[in-house]
Every structure is written in C-alpha cells, then in structure tokens.
Write a protein that binds this ligand. Structure first.
Ligand code: ZN
Length: 166
C-alpha cells in the first residue's frame, strides 16, 4: 500500500513539473506546427535588423518549411557578403560621389550593446533591403541607457542612408 501512494505522489510531482516546461519551444516559427524540438532546426537572422528580418526572425522551423527558410538564409548570406565598405559619417562635410537618385530612406539597426555590432547590422540590413546599394552615408548613432535589475549599460543604434556611389 505504501508503494502505491509513493507512485501516486511521484506521478503527481512529474505532472506538476511538466506544466512548467515551455510548450512553445517546439513550434515552427514559420507555420506554427508543433513538433519535437529535436526534429526542428534553429535559425536566426540576427545580421538583419528585426524590423526587416525575413520570416519571423529567430526560432525553430520544421522540415516542411526548411526550403523557405533556406531561401531566406541565402539572401541574408548574400547581403552579408556584399555589406557596403564605403561609408560616411553624418559629420562628414565633404562631397560624397553619390549616383543621383540612388539615396534610399534611412535604415536603422536594432539597439545593441556593442556600437560596432550596431554598425555591422546597419550595413548588412541596408544592402539586404536595397541590393543596388554599395555605400551608406550619413551614418549616425543613437545612445541610451538600458538596465537589467541593478545593472546599467549603454546601448547603441546605428542608422544611415543606403546609396550607390560611382
Ligand atoms: Zn513549419
């Protein structure tokens, strides 16, 4: 009899703790199919600013959606490889050799702890959105203080104007 109640209590404990395991982890980011996490691949598009990420950015996806995700990943990889190397800060007073009419609207990175990562994300996002762009001008940084509990830190956001130069 004692064994019986031990088993009942053990089962109740297991059920109680299972309720706290996040069930969303196995959902496919693209189609929402719930599957076993081990069958899903994890993918993120963090090189691209979240507002412009293909699909839903960061998450797991199922094998049925793999083609769609890989296609998007290829475009991100192309953007990464073609990130503009010609850049000018907003403080630059000289003449930038911009092809007339090639300027796009200002692109923003996400807020990041590293100023350099914000800048990198701006460049990749710029060419991802405008594959014609080979330069980014008027680059500037916004700065603010974020906190996690008592820990305070500075975060940076980069922005600039994608354009084409001769
Ligand atoms: Zn899916």
């Amino acid at each position: 009899m004692e064994t019986f109640w031990s088993i009942v209590i053990a089962v109740m404990f297991i059920l109680f703790f299972c309720a706290f395991i996040p069930s969303g982890k196995g959902d496919c980011t693209v189609c929402g199919t719930h599957g076993l996490t081990k069958d899903l691949q994890f993918y993120n598009f963090k090189e691209i600013a979240s507002a412009h990420q293909p699909l839903k950015g960061i998450g797991y996806y199922c094998t049925a959606c793999a083609g769609k995700v890989e296609e998007a990943a290829k475009l991100v990889a192309v953007a990464k490889a073609n990130a503009p190397t010609q850049t000018w800060p907003a403080t630059y007073k000289g003449k930038v050799p911009v092809v007339p009419g090639s300027e796009q609207s200002r692109v923003h990175s996400d807020w990041q702890k590293e100023k350099e990562s914000a800048r990198e994300q701006l460049l990749v996002t710029s060419v991802y959105l405008f594959p014609e762009a080979n330069a980014v001008k008027q680059i500037e940084f916004d700065k603010r203080t974020d906190s996690t509990g008592n820990y305070q830190y500075t975060v940076w956001r980069a922005s600039g104007i994608p354009c084409k130069v001769q």
